[in-house]
Design a protein around this ligand. Structure first.
Ligand SMILES: [Fe+2]
Length: 341
């Protein structure tokens, strides 16, 4: 252990390279198509009557987001990582067999061999080395819409025990860029884990879970975030803008959080800082209870703190979340102060 957090295994049993794709179920494919193409600016790689495959304008991978039509509750089916080679998939299977984690190879459209497993919190995960490739569209400005999202960057999952889950991923070579620490309770409540050279691939926050909190796409410039807000407003998605634009107190980028038509939360962000060097060690981000931890602007609203997408067929374990500050509570307290003076 390094202080209150586990240590990274720098010789992992197989090579995960990055967070790469997500699978959601949605009730109205046409409405979701409008949101993801016109507001987020994703490109449609393929579609049929029940499924939509989307990618960022920079991505050569066929899809970073798969939307499947459902008549039931909208859910997150699975989060995806890339491994480097086919051999890494075989090594992953052998590793999971050895440590007693159930895993199985499955067929997934437009993807090569794909391995399914669940992490210790129950998060359904898939690993893939290769999928169909398609042309990058980053210089086809004539095709860009909305934010013109470049590429999937990371996702955030709510879990009851962030350190237990972080340890599982750190044994697989993930590093912690930052962790959120409540000094008064001497408790780590958030871990930001990465394999690629920026601070995030998968983020865990302490809440009842596992539940999917958000997936982040990188944009080229802050203006792209503003354009997404403008397009959202004009297309009737204005009230789906949940939090931001703003800048996190402990993190490295500007953000905007928007809920899609089914409530799945997406983030647009500027590229994160670079983290590669071995001596670039985990940074503790202390938080005080009942404080606004953003650098500027309001804390996240209650919906951002409490609401998330369920994973398909996964039981949720309850925990105390430490009641982080919300915009509603922050404003109520400010109003009380103003009335008192
Ligand atoms: Fe994020």
């Amino acid at each position: 252990m390094t202080g209150p957090i586990p240590k990274t295994n720098f010789n992992p049993p197989f090579n995960i390279t990055r967070a790469s794709h997500l699978i959601f179920t949605v009730r109205d494919l046409a409405k979701s198509r409008e949101f993801y193409t016109e507001v987020m600016g994703l490109i449609v790689s393929d579609e049929d009557a029940s499924t939509l495959w989307l990618r960022g304008v920079e991505e050569r991978a066929h899809h970073s987001l798969t939307l499947k039509k459902t008549t039931g509750r909208p859910e997150c089916e699975r989060v995806g990582f890339r491994v480097f080679t086919e051999e890494d998939l075989a090594k992953a299977k052998a590793h999971f067999d050895k440590i007693g984690v159930k895993s199985e190879f499955v067929e997934v459209p437009h993807q090569d061999r794909t391995l399914h497993f669940n992490d210790p919190a129950g998060t359904p995960v898939e690993l893939v080395a290769t999928m169909k490739t398609v042309p990058r569209m980053h210089t086809r400005i004539d095709k860009h819409r909305g934010a013109g999202a470049l590429r999937m960057d990371h996702y955030q999952v709510l879990v009851p025990d962030v350190l237990a889950n972080a340890k599982f991923y750190m044994d697989l070579g993930f590093r912690i860029s930052d962790y959120i620490y409540v000094e008064a309770a001497q408790r780590v409540v958030g871990t930001f884990l990465h394999r690629k050279d920026n601070p995030w691939d998968i983020v865990f926050l302490t809440r009842s879970g596992p539940r999917f909190h958000h997936g982040g796409y990188v944009v080229e410039a802050f203006e792209d975030i503003v354009r997404a807000c403008d397009v959202a407003g004009n297309l009737g998605f204005g009230d789906r803008i949940e939090h931001g634009p703003g800048r996190h107190g402990h993190q490295h980028s500007y953000y905007l959080y928007v809920r899609d038509p089914d409530g799945h939360r997406t983030e647009l962000l500027l590229p994160g800082i670079q983290i590669i060097d071995i001596d670039d060690e985990p940074v503790m981000c202390p938080v005080k209870p009942n404080a606004n931890s953003n650098l500027w602007g309001l804390p996240a609203p209650k919906s951002w703190v409490e609401e998330a997408t369920n994973f398909s067929g996964v039981e949720i374990k309850q925990t105390q979340d430490g009641t982080p500050m919300t915009a509603e509570r922050y404003l109520a307290e400010k109003t009380k102060e103003a009335v008192a003076t």
